[in-house]
Write a protein that binds this ligand. Structure first.
Ligand code: GDP
Ligand code: GDP
Length: 458
């Protein structure tokens, strides 16, 4: 066994269900000494090619109400002691309860590695609880459904790099995988790995030059002679080494052209664009310099922001532009006016036809991806928050000043922050914008969508 994972959580959040899913029939009820480990179930778990021991704090259901809290705490502490990694489950449908907060305190104090899981998150019923979970200060909650097996790929991708840190890795000749952990999920993984190509979508209205751009990136010769070694192509994407960066490009133009739909091309390409956005980490919005920022471009760019993707705007056909300086001014002005939500996102001019500017496009994509993945330390954040609040205190509705107490970065991809706050419902949206814009400047995060969650703490 390479490591031990403890499933922690109050009764009824789904610990046993998850335990059973990980262990299957490989249950090994080990120690049966009364009062020692009777309440801790242990089993041999499998997830993809990972083999580990899983410990579950079962038996809590038998506790009487008044002794429950104490027992839960003792059991949890024992499980934490045994574990290398804790998977702390909450019930996303029920939201965060006082018991959850108590357990979270124990886990934070112990300083063990904690993965926060929001269980019962299938469908939409768990969304509020998922948001709530950020407020526990244990990082980004992993969306799980133990009952339906959802989130197991993500759990694998989180455990995998951690498992590598523990000695005695499972043998390489381990049996075949139980769970499909293919890399082709609908959204990027929680944990980026070096081997994984950067996922880029090139979107834009018909004739913006998407095919030309992708062909240029690929190299025209290659396209004529078919994909060469190192380039793989499926119906929707192609993977290549782009100036030293393993890159997977979602080719919406190719999709559309394959569909051979002449009518309603506009409509179809919007749908393709939206689909590609979901796949991508970085979205390149390709504009035709002659007709920039049309409603379709705006819609897709806005959708990319809503979906939390990093965005790079590329203005194409720059080779035929004569008044380049004036044009650039006009574009910058329109960009700020029409897409304020993408403030600071890079805009680069390119010619897909001649290849001019593609190196700058490449660099802008890498930088956007880097910002999208950025983490800011808690100490720095709180120093910054204090300065922001001093410079411009939040309002005091009804004479009571709203207090912003503490903040932490809860997630990346895109960066998300949780601010503990008294009466968050009274905090004006303008104040949140002040903080978001301030964050962008102070920590050099232009362009990327930034999420800011206000959580109640009086
Ligand atoms: P434990 O007390 O934490 O071990 O929780 P259990 O595993 O016994 O689950 C408590 C209840 O929640 C059971 O009725 C499960 O069927 C249900 N449950 C567990 N996981 C899920 C899930 O992912 N979705 C939903 N909707 N129900 C779940
Ligand atoms: P798509 O529909 O977005 O895939 O656009 P295409 O790649 O098919 O390009 C549409 C038209 O614009 C074609 O006639 C291209 O030759 C032309 N085009 C694309 N990029 C450029 C460019 O950078 N400069 C010029 N002058 N024409 C371009």
């Amino acid at each position: 066994m390479s490591f031990t994972l403890a499933i922690i959580g109050r009764p009824n959040v789904g610990k046993s269900t998850l335990f059973n899913r990980l262990v299957g029939k490989r249950l090994a009820l080990v120690d049966d000494q009364p009062g020692v480990t009777r309440d801790l179930r242990e089993g041999a778990a499998r997830l993809g090619d990972l083999r580990f021991t899983v410990v579950d704090t079962a038996g809590l259901e038998d506790a009487t109400d008044d002794s429950l809290q104490g027992r839960m705490r003792r059991l949890t502490e024992r499980a934490v002691e045994m574990a290398d990694i804790c998977l702390f489950l909450i019930d996303a449908r029920a939201g965060v309860t006082a018991s959850d907060e108590g357990l979270a305190d124990i886990l934070r104090k112990r300083g063990t590695h904690v993965i926060l899981g929001a269980n019962k998150a299938e469908g939409r019923a768990g969304e509020a609880g998922l948001l709530d979970a950020y407020g526990l200060g244990l990082g980004e909650p992993l969306r799980l459904s133990a009952e339906h097996g959802e989130g197991m790929d993500e759990l694998y991708h989180i455990l995998r790099p951690l498992a590598e840190g523990f000695e005695e890795r499972a043998e390489a000749d381990a049996p075949a995988t139980d769970i499909d952990v293919s890399e082709d999920g609908d959204a990027p993984d929680h944990t980026p790995s070096a081997a994984k190509p950067l996922q880029v979508a090139v979107i834009g209205r018909p004739n913006a030059g998407k095919s030309t751009l992708i062909n240029k990136i690929l190299g025209e010769d290659r396209l004529l002679t078919g994909p060469e070694a190192g380039i793989t192509r499926d119906s929707i994407s192609l993977t290549l080494d782009w100036m030293g960066t393993p890159t997977r490009i979602f080719d919406t133009a190719g999709m559309r052209k394959k569909a051979r739909v002449v009518d309603k091309v506009e409509k179809l390409s919007v749908a393709d664009g939206l689909r590609a956005v979901r796949f991508a980490e970085v979205v390149v919005v390709l504009l035709d310099a002659a007709i920039p920022f049309e409603s379709q471009d705006l819609r897709i760019a806005d959708f990319a922001e809503t979906e939390g993707r990093a965005v790079v705007v590329a203005v194409n056909k720059w080779d035929i532009e004569e008044e380049k300086q004036d044009k650039l001014k006009e574009l910058r002005y329109k960009f700020e006016k029409l897409l304020p939500q993408l403030r600071g996102a890079p805009m680069v001019t390119v010619s897909a036809k001649t290849g001019k500017g593609l190196d700058r496009l490449h660099d802008a994509i890498l930088r956007a991806h880097d910002i999208w993945n950025r983490r800011v330390g808690t100490a720095k954040l709180n120093q910054w928050l204090e300065a922001m609040v001093t410079a411009h205190p939040p309002p005091a509705p009804g004479g009571k000043r709203i207090k912003l107490r503490y903040m932490t970065q809860a997630k990346i991809r895109p960066p998300g922050f949780v601010v503990m706050c008294s009466h968050p419902e009274d905090l004006p949206a303008a104040y949140t914008r002040y903080l978001v814009n301030g964050l962008r400047e102070a920590f050099d995060m232009p362009g990327t969508p930034i999420r800011m969650f206000m959580r109640s703490q009086n």
